[in-house]
Write a protein that binds this ligand. Structure first.
Ligand code: ACO
Length: 428
């Protein structure tokens, strides 16, 4: 028997179907709410209780700290697969065979050139521009150089758009970095793999041969896998909603880059490192900053703590903490900021305020420390997150288009003035 939810408004009862996901999550299908009730809507600011779509890509359970892509545990994927392999899985639904993997990788490599005229756009940015702003603009600009809209009924056209973006996006990200550093713009070297090329394009300077560090490549590969998808987060929802108007893949992903930029989302990794440096410059008094985070009159929040969905722990944070330890051990170095981060985490986790609100370190808490060890300046941290998240944005855009989802257009509860008489200037 099918399950139903009953809503009673002013003595009138309305029935709505109850849907169950493959992990037994329950959703009330309110599609018919407005028509059945003559215009009543639900109000849920921040969408804390609202599912915007059905999706087969990522499952996460915030209470149990579970994250899986297409059924595979994140812990397995980070240890057993590489970034592009997970990207293929997330986008197309299955782990690639060896042949599919090779083809995907080669097709992406073939697309790693960017129209030279893009450099004119970069020239227009001041050197102080934030690389996320540059990346968002350049991603959108790709549309100008490839104005054909993708026929979503054609597997081939969809595939071509996907490999194009996968190939060009890291180049644009590296160019955003080079621009802000005053360095020449590098192209990929197709004898390297995807992750090696990111390091190469970011750090190769004309006067020296770039020496690839396999430890750094391994750490970056693992870190970027952890960022690949995270179901309907702010930037992904942005990509889906922009794409639902039939905006191109490039334009939709550009919107996602902008959404990721904010300090409550991907921008948190930059904010964490700045906070840790502030604590260090202030003499390392962790307790003082914890007290500030708890003070409701102080807008300061402990960056890298808390998550909309994870209310137990963020499984990615656990893996990243270990990855940071491994990296420093492999490199034979250390970072005083890591010690502050660990101390801060220890103190916060013992504190009633954080325990009661189920605030735990999130993915951003340790990622910046790794990026810093790899040589990325703080402003590039969120750009690196964007490179990691790209396959997720693409997968979610593809799924949304293939499902022929309607244009995203929420309703509102109007709380402004009722009709007023217009006032001339002398009456105002
Ligand atoms: N420091 C101090 N207090 C916090 C923090 C924090 N980092 N996060 C939440 N709280 C408190 C809030 O003040 C609130 O307290 P109250 O109930 O006494 O009013 C309570 O915890 C619940 O917080 P909300 O903001 O309602 O939780 P929400 O789910 O809306 O926000 C968010 C989640 C935005 C991630 C929040 O925890 C935050 O601002 N964290 C810091 C920024 C950050 O690290 N963002 C990265 C998220 S992960 C990612 O995007 C990849």
């Amino acid at each position: 028997m099918s399950e139903k939810a009953i809503l009673e408004i002013d003595g009138e009862k309305y029935e709505f179907p109850v849907l169950r996901g493959s992990e037994n999550e329950i959703a009330i299908d309110i599609k018919s709410l407005r028509s059945a009730t003559n215009g009543i809507i639900t109000l849920d600011s921040g969408f804390k209780n609202t599912g915007s779509c059905e999706s087969k890509i990522t499952f996460l359970d915030g209470e149990k700290g579970i994250l899986r892509h297409r059924g595979y545990a994140i812990e397995d994927l980070t240890k057993k697969a590489n970034f592009l392999e997970v990207a293929y899985l997330i986008i197309f639904g299955e782990l690639p065979t060896k042949v599919q993997m090779k083809t995907f990788e080669n097709d992406i490599k073939k697309e790693s050139m960017v129209n030279e005229e893009m450099k004119d756009i970069i020239d227009g940015f001041p050197k102080v521009a934030h690389p996320m702003g540059i990346l968002s603009s350049l991603t959108s600009a790709l549309t100008a150089f490839d104005p054909e809209t993708v026929d979503v009924t054609s597997e081939e056209e969809m595939y071509n758009a996907i490999v194009k973006l996968m190939g060009k996006f890291p180049v644009l990200a590296a160019w955003a970095h080079s621009k802000t550093q005053g360095l020449p713009l590098n192209y990929a070297d197709n004898s390297f793999n995807y992750i090696e090329n990111i390091m190469h394009m970011m750090f190769k300077i004309p006067t020296e041969k770039y020496k690839m560090n396999p430890i750094a490549v391994k750490a970056l590969d693992e870190l970027l896998i952890l960022h690949e998808d995270h179901e309907q987060n702010c930037s992904t929802s942005t990509v889906r909603i922009a794409g639902s108007s039939e905006a191109s893949l490039f334009a939709s992903v550009s919107a996602g880059v902008s959404a990721l930029w904010g300090s409550l989302h991907g921008g948190a990794n930059q904010a964490v490192l700045e906070m840790l440096k502030d604590i260090r410059n202030d003499g390392g008094n962790v307790e003082k900053f914890i007290a500030r985070a708890k003070d409701k009159n102080d807008p300061f929040r402990l960056m890298g703590f808390g998550h909309r969905v994870y209310k137990n722990f963020d499984p990615r944070a656990r893996i990243i903490k270990q990855a940071a330890d491994d990296l420093f051990e492999d490199l034979g170095t250390t970072d005083p900021v890591l010690a502050i981060a660990k101390h801060l985490e220890e103190v916060a986790l013992k504190d009633k305020y954080f325990a009661e609100r189920k605030l735990y370190p999130n993915v951003d808490f340790y990622s910046g420390i790794i990026y810093r060890a790899l040589g990325f300046p703080v402003e590039m941290f969120t750009v690196m997150f964007a490179i990691g998240r790209l396959p997720g944005w693409i997968a979610q855009w593809r799924e949304m288009r293939l499902n022929h989802e309607p244009i995203g257009r929420p309703r509102q509860l109007y709380t402004g003035y009722s009709l007023r008489d217009f006032k001339n200037f002398d009456e105002r």
